[in-house]
Write a protein that binds this ligand. Structure first.
Ligand code: MLT
Length: 263
């Protein structure tokens, strides 16, 4: 169990393996556990740094969690891991939004960028309003509000064929999220800037991974984004939004192919 401090906030992270550094960033309202099964395929050859974002997993929550603050948290984690080399940055969904903020702030530390079930656009006005309303509800209702969010998320996260054990495991994990941390992440996502132009300007190797049955970040959007920026593309059959847990071997294979080209 390793810990970093970012503006006095306690952040949990794990390090596995040795080799070129790969920073694996989970989505909302998930945790570093998202990468467990992918990591088993890669840890023999790479140094995997796997944080819990603020307010998620075993990391402390704060009232604010902008994508920029979370990107600075990632830098604090790299420092605590004594990792000074540029990393291949892999961000799943909200982790992708944080990864884009990291690219904006610390471009020189990014050797390659992988967006997994993510997007570069900001929220529409309606989507941002809906997130802010959910944040209010979660703060008012506390654990009961978080549990309602977990119930509604679990309906959308997985492909039809994904087994009930996996769904239940993640429902329980999501329902344990700190209400303050959940509300902060919702507001942070609602306020995030559009990163489409940034993505086009970024001169780093890129890979976009999508799930064929993802209803949160549909595969078609991922395909378009990859085409627009000339990124490599991998759409994983039989996966929803949770590709790293639904199809870990395929995700690891796509990452390995990319890593072998890039590092
Ligand atoms: C996530 O998985 O991180 C979220 O679903 C992202 C989002 O809601 O935009």
């Amino acid at each position: 169990m390793m810990e970093a401090r970012s503006n006095n906030l306690r952040l949990h992270f794990e390090v596995q393996g040795a080799g070129a550094p790969v920073l694996l960033v989970h989505g909302y309202p998930l945790s570093g556990r998202l990468w467990d099964d992918v990591a088993t395929h890669l840890a023999d050859d790479y140094r995997l740094i796997i944080p819990d974002l603020r307010g998620h997993g075993a990391s402390e929550a704060a009232a604010s969690a902008t994508m920029e603050e979370q990107a600075r948290d990632l830098m604090a984690v790299l420092d605590a891991a004594d990792e000074q080399r540029p990393v291949v940055l892999v961000g799943m969904s909200m982790g992708g939004y944080v990864a884009l903020a990291f690219c904006r702030l610390f471009r020189e530390r990014v050797r390659g960028l992988v967006l997994v079930n993510s997007r570069a656009e900001a929220d529409s006005l309606e989507a941002a309003e809906a997130r802010r309303a959910t944040a209010e509800t979660v703060l008012e209702r506390g654990a009961a509000g978080v549990s309602e969010v977990a119930d509604s998320m679990v309906e959308k996260l997985f492909a039809d064929s994904t087994n009930a054990v996996l769904r239940q495991e993640w429902r329980v994990r999501m329902a344990a999220t700190d209400p303050v941390g959940m509300a902060a992440a919702l507001r942070g996502m609602a306020d995030r800037p559009d990163s489409t132009a940034l993505l086009k300007e970024l001169k780093v190797p890129m890979l976009m991974v999508g799930g064929e049955e993802d209803v949160i970040t549909p595969a078609e959007g991922v395909r378009q984004m990859a085409e627009e920026v000339g990124a490599a593309l991998e759409i994983i059959p039989g996966a929803g939004h949770m590709t790293p847990v639904e199809r870990p071997a395929e995700v690891a294979e796509a990452l390995r192919e990319f890593l072998e080209r890039v590092v």
